[in-house]
Design a protein around this ligand. Structure first.
Ligand code: GRF
Length: 223
């Protein structure tokens, strides 16, 4: 069994990541990225401390040449690319991605700026945590920062949640708030969101690794 066994529900109701048995055994994760990978970098930096309890086993990207994969390489972490366009269907891509992730036997998966909707095979096998740059359920989707600005929101933020089959609809684990400034652009606001997103993701991934996660009745909890 993996260091932290993933008990995915046979009936799809409850999933559980069990904390590792030994106090010195880090929990292995795979991180998925699509872009600059600053959230990944925050996890890499945190994982350098053995007390954090996380080992990043591999980093997967949906395209080659992205900075996130270079960050993995610079840290000596195996990296792989699994492109939708290299497969005949979304289902085949889902199966291939399941295989690539499964090669590393992670306890759970972190989507850190991964801009593809994950399929049922991946989601059926692992608990996946995602970070999203808005206060869900507000502003789901790929343009959350732009959408918050366009809506005239005075406050936004970020959310770490468990991924389900919907678009940013899974149970929330934690959120952090950010005030929108009158002169904010999408870029300036996103930078300030990332400043709170990085420590939030680091905190939640570390706690999930050390203490486990339970998803039951549409709620996610870390003991
Ligand atoms: C993050 O803000 C994440 O919430 C969103 O995309 C951004 C990725 O940033 N989905 P990075 O690649 O971690 O720098």
């Amino acid at each position: 069994m993996d260091a932290a066994a993933v008990g995915r529900p046979r009936l799809g109701i409850v999933s559980r990541v069990t904390a590792p048995a030994g106090p010195h055994e880090p929990t292995g994760i795979v991180v998925l990225v699509s872009g600059s990978g600053t959230n990944l970098q925050a996890l890499i930096d945190a994982a350098a401390d053995p007390a954090y309890g996380v080992r990043i086993l591999a980093v997967g990207g949906d395209r080659a040449g992205i900075t996130g994969l270079h960050r993995a390489g610079a840290a000596g972490i195996p990296a792989f690319v699994c492109r939708v366009e290299d497969h005949d269907s979304r289902a085949e891509w889902d199966a291939a991605l399941t295989g690539r992730i499964g090669d590393h036997a992670p306890a759970f998966v972190v989507s850190a700026g991964f801009m593809k909707l994950l399929g049922p095979e991946v989601l059926g096998r692992w608990t996946v945590l995602n970070t999203h740059p808005a206060l869900l359920p507000n502003f789901p989707g790929a343009h959350a920062v732009r959408d918050a600005l366009a809506a005239g929101a005075t406050e936004t933020g970020c959310t770490v949640h468990v991924v389900d089959a919907g678009v940013d609809t899974g149970p929330v684990l934690a959120q952090a708030r950010v005030a929108v400034a009158p002169d904010d652009t999408e870029a300036s606001l996103h930078e300030r969101i990332k400043a709170v997103e990085h420590p939030l993701l680091v905190e939640i991934v570390g706690r999930a690794a050390r203490e486990g996660i339970t998803v039951s009745d549409g709620k996610a909890t870390i003991p």
